[in-house]
Ligand binder design. Structure first.
Ligand code: NAD
Ligand code: DAU
Length: 332
């Protein structure tokens, strides 16, 4: 089993992936993470010391990246600035990390001929109308809307160019919206769960009718592990679990599951350029690599996630007031 270098492993999906790899393989894992506001060492507590190592650093630090990539068989690249709302307030860290960081890693992978898996998002494809029967496939043209999704689209194109021009052994995956434990409370589902737990009202942007295609982070992890090991070099795989729901339905489910009236939410200012709907067709991943999600029932996965936030208040409480104060500045 190869040794993994996981960038962004102290973040939401990265930390879930590290646990997944340690639980399901005998590989060793090194995490490289800058510990921005979104990174949290508490998300990596209790991992086996003989198979897990943490390095604090920036993926734009070429010397550090080259040194670490040289020492591993496989790079799985999660590190990114990941929140659309932040990218609308200040795009600059998104350009630094998502573009220069990916470029820096690609150069190291090229130099050492190290296999590389790039984590990306369905947002690179733009959005769909609510009544459009179409879903995104690997052939959908790129059409990103926000500074965040534009930098992710750019990073995907860098990976494709390094495959074609320099023979880098890379794969790409574009996944839909993740939910599950250890997600930062700035994001939609954990923000609303912790709002209700904290006696605050959930906040819905616009009319709450935008649709996201939800997948549990552990299902994202199983797909990434499969693609990083068995995916065809140069190929892109879309990851999704047929979990389309509009935001209003999700908020009402959270309120009901927490014993509150289903209308106890506030409609607030909409996001600028708010993508209407995302939907993934993951046929290629399912048929070519035999992947299937374990959390096929979104309602059950959401209930489990609510329990996790209820039981892990110490993990999210220190950030709650600051997150809400930042949203209040933009009327959200
Ligand atoms: P996150 O914001 O929770 O975590 C990002 C991590 O990257 C943090 O630990 C942070 O400290 C680290 N990081 C940021 N800049 C860094 C730098 N310059 N050097 C080193 N580390 C740095 O993000 P997430 O939601 O876990 O997303 C992880 C990846 O998955 C991202 O690439 C994102 O685009 C992609 N993705 C996310 C979703 C989703 O629903 N959250 C869906 C599809 C794809
Ligand atoms: O589709 C994949 C993407 O999903 C990832 O690439 C991003 O990293 C990840 O953050 C996520 O992006 P979204 O913008 O879809 O996620 P977010 O949690 O910010 O918002 C989900 C939906 O909920 C979106 O329609 C905006 C809405 N929303 C969000 C917040 C924070 C609200 O209505 N109220 C809120 O308070």
């Amino acid at each position: 089993m190869p040794d993994f270098l996981v960038t962004g492993g102290a973040g939401f999906i990265g930390s879930n992936f590290v646990r997944h790899v340690l639980d399901h393989t005998d590989a060793s894992v090194t995490v490289l993470d800058k510990l921005t506001y979104a990174g949290n060492l508490a998300s990596l507590e209790g991992l086996p010391e003989d198979r897990f190592r943490f390095v604090q650093g920036d993926i734009c630090d070429a010397d550090l990246v080259d040194y670490l990539v040289a020492d591993h068989d496989l790079v799985v690249h999660f590190a990114a600035e990941s929140h659309n709302d932040n990218s609308l307030r200040d795009p600059s860290p998104f350009l630094h990390t998502n573009l220069i960081g990916t470029y820096t890693l690609l150069e190291a992978a090229r130099h050492h001929d190290t296999r590389f898996h790039h984590i990306s998002t369905d947002e690179v494809y733009g959005d769909l109308e609510l009544d459009d029967p179409a879903r995104f496939t690997e052939a959908t043209p790129y059409n990103p809307s926000s500074p965040y999704s534009a930098t992710k689209a750019g990073s995907d194109l860098l990976v494709r160019a390094w495959v074609r021009s320099f023979g880098v052994r890379a794969t790409i995956s574009n996944c839909s919206n993740n939910y599950g434990p250890y997600q930062h409370i700035e994001k939609f589902i954990p923000r609303q769960i912790t709002n209700v737990l904290d006696g605050r009202r959930p906040k819905l942007y616009g009319a709450g009718l935008n649709v996201r295609d939800w997948i549990h982070a552990d299902d994202h992890s199983s797909a990434v592990l499969l693609i990083a090991q068995r995916g065809e070099i140069g190929e892109t795989y879309l990851i999704g679990a047929d979990g389309e729901h509009n935001n209003l339905d999700v908020v009402q489910s959270i309120l009901t599951m927490l014993g509150q009236p289903a209308d106890a939410f506030d409609l607030v200012a909409d996001r600028i350029g708010h993508d209407l709907r995302y939907a993934i067709d993951s046929t290629k991943l399912r048929t070519e690599l035999g992947w299937a999600p374990r959390f096929a029932d979104f309602t059950a996965g959401l209930a489990e996630t609510i329990s996790w936030y209820r039981e892990h208040e110490a993990w999210w409480r220190p950030q709650k007031d600051a997150v809400e104060a930042k949203y209040a500045e933009s009327g959200q």
